[in-house]
Design a protein. Structure first.
Length: 536
Protein backbone atom coordinates (compact mmCIF):
# COMPACT_ATOMS: atom_id res chain seq x y z
CA UNK A 1 0.00 0.00 0.00
CA UNK A 2 1.58 3.29 -1.11
CA UNK A 3 1.94 6.15 1.32
CA UNK A 4 0.23 9.52 0.61
CA UNK A 5 2.40 12.35 -0.61
CA UNK A 6 3.95 14.74 1.88
CA UNK A 7 2.03 17.95 2.53
CA UNK A 8 4.04 19.79 5.14
CA UNK A 9 2.09 23.03 4.64
CA UNK A 10 -1.15 21.23 5.53
CA UNK A 11 0.51 19.76 8.63
CA UNK A 12 1.65 23.22 9.72
CA UNK A 13 -1.86 24.64 9.26
CA UNK A 14 -3.26 21.81 11.37
CA UNK A 15 -0.69 22.45 14.10
CA UNK A 16 -1.52 26.17 14.06
CA UNK A 17 -5.13 25.25 14.78
CA UNK A 18 -4.04 22.93 17.61
CA UNK A 19 -2.05 25.80 19.13
CA UNK A 20 -4.95 28.24 18.75
CA UNK A 21 -7.29 26.07 20.82
CA UNK A 22 -4.66 24.85 23.29
CA UNK A 23 -5.13 25.56 26.98
CA UNK A 24 -1.69 24.22 27.95
CA UNK A 25 0.60 26.73 26.26
CA UNK A 26 1.40 24.81 23.08
CA UNK A 27 3.09 27.25 20.69
CA UNK A 28 4.22 27.25 17.08
CA UNK A 29 7.17 29.47 16.23
CA UNK A 30 8.07 30.72 12.78
CA UNK A 31 11.51 31.28 11.36
CA UNK A 32 13.40 34.20 12.89
CA UNK A 33 11.70 34.34 16.29
CA UNK A 34 13.35 33.70 19.64
CA UNK A 35 11.04 30.73 20.21
CA UNK A 36 12.07 29.33 16.84
CA UNK A 37 15.75 29.58 17.71
CA UNK A 38 15.15 27.90 21.06
CA UNK A 39 13.25 25.12 19.31
CA UNK A 40 15.85 24.28 16.66
CA UNK A 41 19.04 24.99 18.66
CA UNK A 42 21.46 22.09 19.11
CA UNK A 43 24.79 21.79 20.89
CA UNK A 44 26.77 22.14 17.65
CA UNK A 45 26.07 24.25 14.60
CA UNK A 46 26.63 21.22 12.38
CA UNK A 47 23.68 19.38 13.91
CA UNK A 48 21.36 22.40 13.99
CA UNK A 49 19.09 22.33 10.96
CA UNK A 50 16.83 25.03 9.54
CA UNK A 51 13.29 23.83 10.17
CA UNK A 52 10.22 25.34 8.54
CA UNK A 53 8.70 25.88 11.98
CA UNK A 54 9.35 25.00 15.59
CA UNK A 55 6.61 23.78 17.90
CA UNK A 56 6.72 23.42 21.67
CA UNK A 57 3.82 21.25 22.88
CA UNK A 58 2.54 21.95 26.37
CA UNK A 59 0.64 18.73 27.05
CA UNK A 60 0.40 15.11 26.01
CA UNK A 61 -3.06 15.80 24.56
CA UNK A 62 -1.72 18.51 22.25
CA UNK A 63 1.33 16.44 21.28
CA UNK A 64 -0.99 13.58 20.44
CA UNK A 65 -2.88 15.84 18.03
CA UNK A 66 0.38 17.13 16.57
CA UNK A 67 1.75 13.68 15.80
CA UNK A 68 -1.58 12.73 14.17
CA UNK A 69 -1.38 15.84 11.95
CA UNK A 70 2.19 14.94 10.99
CA UNK A 71 1.20 11.34 10.25
CA UNK A 72 -1.83 12.29 8.20
CA UNK A 73 0.19 14.67 6.02
CA UNK A 74 3.43 12.62 5.95
CA UNK A 75 5.39 15.69 7.06
CA UNK A 76 9.10 15.32 7.85
CA UNK A 77 9.78 16.18 11.49
CA UNK A 78 12.22 15.77 14.36
CA UNK A 79 11.95 15.63 18.14
CA UNK A 80 14.50 17.45 20.29
CA UNK A 81 15.11 16.99 23.99
CA UNK A 82 18.45 18.51 24.99
CA UNK A 83 19.78 18.83 21.44
CA UNK A 84 23.10 17.10 22.08
CA UNK A 85 22.88 14.64 19.21
CA UNK A 86 25.95 15.14 17.03
CA UNK A 87 24.46 13.56 13.90
CA UNK A 88 22.68 15.95 11.50
CA UNK A 89 19.06 14.96 11.02
CA UNK A 90 18.75 12.72 14.09
CA UNK A 91 16.97 15.30 16.26
CA UNK A 92 16.94 18.15 13.72
CA UNK A 93 14.99 18.61 10.50
CA UNK A 94 14.16 20.96 7.66
CA UNK A 95 10.52 20.09 8.29
CA UNK A 96 8.64 20.46 11.60
CA UNK A 97 10.87 20.68 14.69
CA UNK A 98 9.18 19.47 17.88
CA UNK A 99 10.95 20.78 21.00
CA UNK A 100 10.06 18.99 24.24
CA UNK A 101 11.20 21.79 26.55
CA UNK A 102 7.81 22.13 28.29
CA UNK A 103 7.92 18.48 29.42
CA UNK A 104 10.32 19.44 32.18
CA UNK A 105 8.64 18.38 35.42
CA UNK A 106 10.20 16.07 38.01
CA UNK A 107 8.49 14.32 40.91
CA UNK A 108 9.91 12.00 43.58
CA UNK A 109 7.86 9.02 44.79
CA UNK A 110 9.05 8.34 48.34
CA UNK A 111 7.24 5.00 48.68
CA UNK A 112 8.60 3.58 45.42
CA UNK A 113 11.94 5.45 45.70
CA UNK A 114 11.61 6.45 42.05
CA UNK A 115 11.82 9.75 40.20
CA UNK A 116 9.44 10.82 37.42
CA UNK A 117 11.25 12.96 34.87
CA UNK A 118 9.80 14.73 31.85
CA UNK A 119 11.34 13.86 28.49
CA UNK A 120 12.25 17.51 27.96
CA UNK A 121 14.38 17.67 31.12
CA UNK A 122 18.13 18.20 31.10
CA UNK A 123 20.27 16.09 33.41
CA UNK A 124 21.35 19.25 35.25
CA UNK A 125 17.83 19.81 36.61
CA UNK A 126 17.22 16.09 37.21
CA UNK A 127 20.38 15.85 39.33
CA UNK A 128 19.23 18.86 41.35
CA UNK A 129 15.85 17.21 41.93
CA UNK A 130 17.55 14.00 43.09
CA UNK A 131 19.91 15.99 45.34
CA UNK A 132 16.96 17.63 47.09
CA UNK A 133 15.74 14.16 48.05
CA UNK A 134 19.24 13.02 49.06
CA UNK A 135 19.21 10.34 46.35
CA UNK A 136 21.56 9.11 43.61
CA UNK A 137 20.52 8.34 40.05
CA UNK A 138 22.11 6.85 36.94
CA UNK A 139 22.37 9.68 34.42
CA UNK A 140 24.54 11.41 31.86
CA UNK A 141 28.25 11.51 32.64
CA UNK A 142 28.66 14.93 31.06
CA UNK A 143 25.39 16.42 32.17
CA UNK A 144 25.78 20.10 31.29
CA UNK A 145 22.94 20.74 28.83
CA UNK A 146 22.43 17.04 27.94
CA UNK A 147 18.82 15.87 27.63
CA UNK A 148 17.45 12.80 29.38
CA UNK A 149 15.43 11.35 26.49
CA UNK A 150 18.15 10.63 23.93
CA UNK A 151 20.48 9.41 26.65
CA UNK A 152 18.01 6.92 28.16
CA UNK A 153 16.54 5.73 24.86
CA UNK A 154 20.04 5.14 23.51
CA UNK A 155 21.21 2.97 26.43
CA UNK A 156 22.96 5.29 28.85
CA UNK A 157 26.49 4.57 30.08
CA UNK A 158 27.15 6.53 33.29
CA UNK A 159 29.71 7.24 35.98
CA UNK A 160 27.38 5.12 38.17
CA UNK A 161 27.12 2.21 35.70
CA UNK A 162 29.69 0.04 37.50
CA UNK A 163 27.35 0.08 40.50
CA UNK A 164 23.88 0.20 39.01
CA UNK A 165 24.04 -0.69 35.30
CA UNK A 166 23.02 1.36 32.29
CA UNK A 167 20.61 4.26 32.44
CA UNK A 168 17.98 2.31 30.49
CA UNK A 169 18.27 -0.58 32.99
CA UNK A 170 17.12 1.81 35.71
CA UNK A 171 13.86 2.78 33.99
CA UNK A 172 10.75 1.36 35.67
CA UNK A 173 8.02 3.04 33.60
CA UNK A 174 7.66 5.05 30.38
CA UNK A 175 4.88 7.25 29.02
CA UNK A 176 4.81 7.46 25.23
CA UNK A 177 2.57 8.82 22.50
CA UNK A 178 2.24 6.30 19.71
CA UNK A 179 2.12 7.40 16.09
CA UNK A 180 -1.68 6.99 15.96
CA UNK A 181 -1.94 9.51 18.81
CA UNK A 182 -2.65 6.99 21.56
CA UNK A 183 -1.13 7.89 24.94
CA UNK A 184 0.33 4.80 26.61
CA UNK A 185 2.04 4.06 29.91
CA UNK A 186 4.18 0.94 29.77
CA UNK A 187 6.19 -1.02 32.31
CA UNK A 188 7.49 -4.58 32.88
CA UNK A 189 4.36 -5.26 34.97
CA UNK A 190 1.92 -4.22 32.24
CA UNK A 191 1.21 -7.26 30.08
CA UNK A 192 -0.52 -5.14 27.41
CA UNK A 193 2.57 -3.08 26.63
CA UNK A 194 5.39 -5.08 28.20
CA UNK A 195 6.94 -5.69 24.77
CA UNK A 196 6.86 -1.97 24.00
CA UNK A 197 8.56 -1.14 27.31
CA UNK A 198 11.49 -3.42 26.52
CA UNK A 199 11.55 -2.17 22.93
CA UNK A 200 12.22 1.33 24.28
CA UNK A 201 15.25 0.22 26.34
CA UNK A 202 17.92 1.24 23.84
CA UNK A 203 15.33 1.33 21.04
CA UNK A 204 15.77 5.03 20.36
CA UNK A 205 13.03 7.00 18.65
CA UNK A 206 11.56 4.08 16.73
CA UNK A 207 8.14 3.67 18.34
CA UNK A 208 6.71 7.11 19.08
CA UNK A 209 7.43 10.18 21.21
CA UNK A 210 8.27 9.56 24.87
CA UNK A 211 6.93 12.15 27.30
CA UNK A 212 8.06 10.82 30.69
CA UNK A 213 10.42 8.31 32.30
CA UNK A 214 10.29 6.87 35.80
CA UNK A 215 13.72 5.85 37.06
CA UNK A 216 15.16 4.15 40.14
CA UNK A 217 16.96 6.16 42.81
CA UNK A 218 19.51 5.11 45.42
CA UNK A 219 20.51 6.52 48.83
CA UNK A 220 23.60 8.70 49.03
CA UNK A 221 26.87 6.96 49.83
CA UNK A 222 29.11 7.64 52.83
CA UNK A 223 31.92 9.07 50.71
CA UNK A 224 31.48 10.84 47.37
CA UNK A 225 34.62 12.00 45.56
CA UNK A 226 35.65 13.09 42.08
CA UNK A 227 38.96 14.72 41.28
CA UNK A 228 40.51 15.51 37.94
CA UNK A 229 44.24 15.05 37.44
CA UNK A 230 45.99 16.52 34.40
CA UNK A 231 49.21 15.19 32.86
CA UNK A 232 51.27 16.91 30.20
CA UNK A 233 52.93 15.03 27.36
CA UNK A 234 56.03 14.22 29.43
CA UNK A 235 53.96 12.59 32.19
CA UNK A 236 51.40 10.90 29.96
CA UNK A 237 53.33 7.62 29.67
CA UNK A 238 53.51 7.20 33.43
CA UNK A 239 49.83 8.01 33.76
CA UNK A 240 49.01 5.42 31.09
CA UNK A 241 50.87 2.81 33.14
CA UNK A 242 48.77 3.81 36.16
CA UNK A 243 45.58 3.42 34.10
CA UNK A 244 46.44 -0.15 33.11
CA UNK A 245 47.54 -1.01 36.63
CA UNK A 246 44.28 0.31 38.05
CA UNK A 247 41.88 -1.47 35.67
CA UNK A 248 43.66 -4.81 36.12
CA UNK A 249 43.68 -4.66 39.94
CA UNK A 250 40.43 -6.06 41.33
CA UNK A 251 41.17 -4.60 44.76
CA UNK A 252 41.23 -1.06 43.32
CA UNK A 253 38.86 -1.18 40.34
CA UNK A 254 35.55 -1.90 42.07
CA UNK A 255 31.92 -0.83 41.66
CA UNK A 256 32.68 2.08 44.00
CA UNK A 257 36.02 3.19 42.49
CA UNK A 258 36.23 4.13 38.83
CA UNK A 259 38.20 6.27 36.40
CA UNK A 260 37.37 8.17 33.22
CA UNK A 261 40.33 9.23 31.06
CA UNK A 262 40.46 11.72 28.21
CA UNK A 263 43.32 12.31 25.78
CA UNK A 264 42.96 15.87 24.50
CA UNK A 265 44.67 17.49 21.53
CA UNK A 266 43.97 21.17 21.03
CA UNK A 267 45.20 23.95 18.78
CA UNK A 268 46.28 26.95 20.85
CA UNK A 269 48.12 29.88 19.33
CA UNK A 270 48.89 27.89 16.21
CA UNK A 271 50.46 25.01 18.17
CA UNK A 272 49.00 21.66 19.18
CA UNK A 273 48.97 20.94 22.90
CA UNK A 274 48.50 17.48 24.42
CA UNK A 275 46.86 16.72 27.73
CA UNK A 276 45.75 13.54 29.47
CA UNK A 277 43.07 14.03 32.13
CA UNK A 278 42.17 11.23 34.54
CA UNK A 279 38.97 11.65 36.51
CA UNK A 280 39.09 9.59 39.71
CA UNK A 281 35.61 8.75 40.93
CA UNK A 282 34.70 7.22 44.26
CA UNK A 283 31.19 6.58 45.57
CA UNK A 284 30.95 4.23 48.55
CA UNK A 285 32.04 3.62 52.12
CA UNK A 286 35.14 5.37 53.41
CA UNK A 287 38.34 3.64 52.36
CA UNK A 288 41.56 3.11 54.29
CA UNK A 289 43.84 2.67 51.27
CA UNK A 290 43.26 5.26 48.52
CA UNK A 291 42.57 3.23 45.31
CA UNK A 292 43.84 6.14 43.17
CA UNK A 293 47.20 6.67 44.84
CA UNK A 294 49.14 5.49 41.77
CA UNK A 295 47.85 8.55 39.89
CA UNK A 296 49.10 11.01 42.51
CA UNK A 297 52.73 11.17 41.45
CA UNK A 298 54.79 14.35 41.26
CA UNK A 299 53.76 16.65 38.42
CA UNK A 300 50.10 15.71 38.24
CA UNK A 301 47.97 18.84 38.37
CA UNK A 302 44.73 18.87 40.32
CA UNK A 303 41.85 20.51 38.46
CA UNK A 304 40.94 23.96 39.78
CA UNK A 305 37.30 22.94 39.50
CA UNK A 306 37.57 20.54 42.37
CA UNK A 307 38.92 22.99 44.88
CA UNK A 308 41.66 23.13 47.45
CA UNK A 309 42.11 19.97 49.47
CA UNK A 310 40.18 17.78 47.06
CA UNK A 311 42.82 15.05 47.14
CA UNK A 312 42.34 14.63 50.87
CA UNK A 313 40.77 11.14 51.31
CA UNK A 314 38.63 12.51 54.14
CA UNK A 315 36.97 15.17 51.98
CA UNK A 316 33.41 14.34 50.95
CA UNK A 317 31.91 16.19 47.99
CA UNK A 318 28.31 17.27 48.17
CA UNK A 319 26.11 15.93 45.34
CA UNK A 320 26.03 19.46 43.92
CA UNK A 321 29.85 19.64 43.84
CA UNK A 322 30.16 16.16 42.34
CA UNK A 323 27.69 16.82 39.55
CA UNK A 324 29.20 20.23 38.82
CA UNK A 325 32.56 18.59 38.13
CA UNK A 326 31.14 15.61 36.25
CA UNK A 327 29.04 17.84 34.03
CA UNK A 328 32.16 19.47 32.58
CA UNK A 329 34.21 16.46 31.56
CA UNK A 330 34.26 17.63 27.95
CA UNK A 331 34.22 21.35 28.73
CA UNK A 332 36.86 22.80 26.43
CA UNK A 333 37.30 25.88 28.61
CA UNK A 334 38.93 23.68 31.26
CA UNK A 335 41.74 22.84 28.86
CA UNK A 336 42.37 26.15 27.18
CA UNK A 337 40.42 29.22 26.23
CA UNK A 338 39.24 28.78 22.65
CA UNK A 339 38.47 31.83 20.56
CA UNK A 340 37.38 31.59 16.96
CA UNK A 341 36.81 34.43 14.57
CA UNK A 342 35.28 32.15 11.96
CA UNK A 343 31.58 32.73 11.49
CA UNK A 344 29.92 29.33 11.22
CA UNK A 345 26.47 29.12 9.79
CA UNK A 346 24.00 26.46 10.77
CA UNK A 347 21.74 24.50 8.54
CA UNK A 348 24.26 23.37 5.96
CA UNK A 349 23.59 19.70 6.68
CA UNK A 350 20.26 18.46 5.42
CA UNK A 351 17.95 15.70 6.52
CA UNK A 352 15.58 13.89 4.17
CA UNK A 353 13.42 17.02 4.04
CA UNK A 354 16.07 18.98 2.14
CA UNK A 355 13.90 19.60 -0.90
CA UNK A 356 11.04 21.18 1.03
CA UNK A 357 9.93 24.66 0.09
CA UNK A 358 8.79 27.02 2.82
CA UNK A 359 5.11 27.95 2.88
CA UNK A 360 4.01 31.19 1.25
CA UNK A 361 7.17 31.36 -0.81
CA UNK A 362 9.38 32.23 2.19
CA UNK A 363 13.06 31.47 1.65
CA UNK A 364 14.77 30.12 4.76
CA UNK A 365 18.48 30.79 5.16
CA UNK A 366 20.94 29.32 7.65
CA UNK A 367 20.87 31.29 10.89
CA UNK A 368 23.84 32.24 13.01
CA UNK A 369 23.70 31.96 16.77
CA UNK A 370 21.61 28.80 16.93
CA UNK A 371 24.41 26.43 17.95
CA UNK A 372 25.42 26.37 21.61
CA UNK A 373 29.01 25.76 20.51
CA UNK A 374 30.46 27.64 17.55
CA UNK A 375 31.82 24.52 15.89
CA UNK A 376 31.14 21.45 13.82
CA UNK A 377 31.79 17.97 15.11
CA UNK A 378 30.96 14.32 15.68
CA UNK A 379 31.12 11.55 18.20
CA UNK A 380 32.36 8.14 17.16
CA UNK A 381 33.16 4.95 19.06
CA UNK A 382 34.31 1.38 19.07
CA UNK A 383 33.24 -1.13 21.72
CA UNK A 384 35.71 -2.97 23.96
CA UNK A 385 35.43 -5.37 26.88
CA UNK A 386 38.57 -4.24 28.74
CA UNK A 387 41.78 -2.24 28.38
CA UNK A 388 45.31 -3.51 27.80
CA UNK A 389 48.57 -1.57 27.79
CA UNK A 390 48.76 -1.79 24.01
CA UNK A 391 45.20 -0.50 23.56
CA UNK A 392 45.70 2.43 25.92
CA UNK A 393 48.89 3.40 24.09
CA UNK A 394 47.07 3.09 20.75
CA UNK A 395 44.40 5.56 21.94
CA UNK A 396 47.13 8.00 23.00
CA UNK A 397 49.01 7.61 19.71
CA UNK A 398 45.89 7.90 17.57
CA UNK A 399 44.86 11.11 19.30
CA UNK A 400 48.19 12.67 18.29
CA UNK A 401 47.99 11.31 14.77
CA UNK A 402 44.48 12.70 14.32
CA UNK A 403 45.71 16.07 15.57
CA UNK A 404 48.41 16.37 12.89
CA UNK A 405 46.07 18.39 10.63
CA UNK A 406 44.41 20.55 13.29
CA UNK A 407 46.13 23.67 11.94
CA UNK A 408 45.89 22.99 8.20
CA UNK A 409 42.27 21.81 8.31
CA UNK A 410 40.81 24.31 10.80
CA UNK A 411 40.48 21.80 13.61
CA UNK A 412 39.57 22.91 17.13
CA UNK A 413 40.23 19.92 19.34
CA UNK A 414 40.16 16.17 19.70
CA UNK A 415 38.98 14.16 22.68
CA UNK A 416 39.60 10.42 22.85
CA UNK A 417 38.19 8.77 25.95
CA UNK A 418 39.01 5.63 27.89
CA UNK A 419 36.07 4.54 30.00
CA UNK A 420 36.60 1.22 31.82
CA UNK A 421 33.65 -0.88 32.94
CA UNK A 422 33.47 -3.95 35.13
CA UNK A 423 32.41 -7.33 33.68
CA UNK A 424 29.39 -7.30 36.02
CA UNK A 425 27.56 -4.20 34.72
CA UNK A 426 25.02 -6.20 32.68
CA UNK A 427 24.33 -8.79 35.38
CA UNK A 428 20.85 -7.36 36.07
CA UNK A 429 20.04 -6.15 32.56
CA UNK A 430 16.75 -7.40 31.08
CA UNK A 431 17.41 -9.86 28.24
CA UNK A 432 14.36 -8.53 26.36
CA UNK A 433 15.86 -5.01 25.98
CA UNK A 434 16.06 -3.66 22.44
CA UNK A 435 19.78 -2.90 22.61
CA UNK A 436 21.77 -6.12 23.17
CA UNK A 437 23.58 -6.01 26.51
CA UNK A 438 23.57 -9.43 28.06
CA UNK A 439 25.07 -10.78 31.25
CA UNK A 440 28.63 -11.92 30.65
CA UNK A 441 28.92 -10.04 27.32
CA UNK A 442 30.08 -6.63 28.54
CA UNK A 443 31.39 -3.95 26.21
CA UNK A 444 31.83 -0.23 26.68
CA UNK A 445 32.67 2.58 24.25
CA UNK A 446 36.02 4.15 23.49
CA UNK A 447 34.57 7.53 22.57
CA UNK A 448 36.12 9.92 20.06
CA UNK A 449 34.90 13.52 19.89
CA UNK A 450 36.24 15.78 17.12
CA UNK A 451 35.52 19.50 16.74
CA UNK A 452 36.42 21.68 13.75
CA UNK A 453 35.45 25.04 12.31
CA UNK A 454 34.38 24.97 8.67
CA UNK A 455 31.88 23.01 6.64
CA UNK A 456 34.40 22.67 3.82
CA UNK A 457 36.51 20.48 6.12
CA UNK A 458 33.68 18.07 7.01
CA UNK A 459 34.84 15.33 4.64
CA UNK A 460 38.40 15.56 5.91
CA UNK A 461 37.52 15.26 9.59
CA UNK A 462 34.89 12.57 9.09
CA UNK A 463 37.49 10.66 7.09
CA UNK A 464 40.09 11.06 9.85
CA UNK A 465 37.55 10.00 12.46
CA UNK A 466 36.49 6.83 10.62
CA UNK A 467 40.09 5.86 9.84
CA UNK A 468 41.11 6.46 13.46
CA UNK A 469 38.30 4.28 14.76
CA UNK A 470 39.10 1.48 12.33
CA UNK A 471 42.77 1.42 13.34
CA UNK A 472 41.75 1.29 16.99
CA UNK A 473 39.30 -1.50 16.23
CA UNK A 474 42.05 -3.52 14.58
CA UNK A 475 44.23 -3.13 17.68
CA UNK A 476 41.29 -4.16 19.88
CA UNK A 477 40.71 -7.24 17.72
CA UNK A 478 44.36 -8.27 18.04
CA UNK A 479 44.16 -7.73 21.80
CA UNK A 480 40.99 -9.85 21.85
CA UNK A 481 38.96 -7.16 23.60
CA UNK A 482 36.36 -6.73 20.85
CA UNK A 483 34.61 -8.78 18.17
CA UNK A 484 33.36 -8.11 14.66
CA UNK A 485 29.74 -8.57 15.71
CA UNK A 486 29.70 -6.48 18.90
CA UNK A 487 26.69 -4.09 19.11
CA UNK A 488 27.60 -0.42 18.63
CA UNK A 489 26.38 2.19 21.10
CA UNK A 490 23.68 4.45 19.59
CA UNK A 491 24.55 7.61 21.53
CA UNK A 492 28.17 7.91 20.39
CA UNK A 493 28.11 6.24 16.98
CA UNK A 494 28.58 7.89 13.61
CA UNK A 495 25.61 8.30 11.26
CA UNK A 496 23.99 5.38 9.41
CA UNK A 497 26.22 5.95 6.39
CA UNK A 498 29.05 4.61 8.57
CA UNK A 499 27.30 2.54 11.27
CA UNK A 500 24.17 0.67 10.21
CA UNK A 501 21.10 -0.19 12.23
CA UNK A 502 22.17 -3.84 11.93
CA UNK A 503 25.40 -2.96 13.74
CA UNK A 504 23.43 -1.34 16.56
CA UNK A 505 20.90 -4.12 17.21
CA UNK A 506 22.62 -7.24 15.82
CA UNK A 507 20.65 -10.38 16.69
CA UNK A 508 17.72 -8.42 18.15
CA UNK A 509 16.88 -6.70 14.88
CA UNK A 510 14.40 -9.28 13.52
CA UNK A 511 12.37 -9.14 16.73
CA UNK A 512 12.42 -5.33 16.67
CA UNK A 513 11.23 -5.23 13.06
CA UNK A 514 8.06 -7.06 14.13
CA UNK A 515 7.65 -4.73 17.11
CA UNK A 516 7.82 -1.69 14.84
CA UNK A 517 5.24 -3.21 12.54
CA UNK A 518 2.96 -3.63 15.56
CA UNK A 519 3.32 -0.12 17.00
CA UNK A 520 4.15 2.00 13.94
CA UNK A 521 2.64 0.15 10.96
CA UNK A 522 2.48 3.30 8.81
CA UNK A 523 6.17 4.12 9.41
CA UNK A 524 5.47 7.57 10.82
CA UNK A 525 8.77 7.52 12.72
CA UNK A 526 10.40 6.94 9.35
CA UNK A 527 9.67 10.63 8.71
CA UNK A 528 12.37 11.56 11.20
CA UNK A 529 16.04 10.63 11.55
CA UNK A 530 17.89 8.11 13.68
CA UNK A 531 18.92 4.48 13.46
CA UNK A 532 15.65 3.42 11.90
CA UNK A 533 14.52 -0.15 12.53
CA UNK A 534 12.86 -1.45 9.34
CA UNK A 535 9.26 -2.61 9.52
CA UNK A 536 8.94 -6.37 9.07
Amino acid sequence: MSQPQSDVAAAIRAIEQICARSTSGTRLYKYGSTGYKDSVRHFLNSSTDVALVGVQPGSEKDLSEIIKAIAENRAPFAVKGGGHSMVPGFSSTTGIQIAMSQFNKTSYNKNEETLDIGAGCLWDEVYRAADEERRRIVGGATSEGVGVAGYLLGGGYSLKTNQFGLGCDNITKIRIILTDGKIVECSPRDQNYRDLFYGLLGGGNNFGIVTQFTIKTYPLSELNQLYALHYNDMLSGKAQEAIVKFVTDKTKFTPEANIFCSFTQQLVGGNTTSLLTVYCIYDGVRYVDNPFKDFLFYGAQDSPLVGQGSLDPSRNLSPKEFNSIASRIHDISLKHEIASTTAIQAGTQRSQAASLVAPEGLTLKPMSGVGETNARGRFGCIMVSRYTARLVKAVADESKKAASTLKSKNGKLIFMDIWPFLPTIFDNSPPEAAWPHKKGEVYGPIVTYFLWENEKDDDHWLGVLTETLERLRQVALKERVTKDDVPYYWNTSLEPEHITVEQIYRGNLDRLKKLRAKYDPDDVMGLTGGFRIPIS
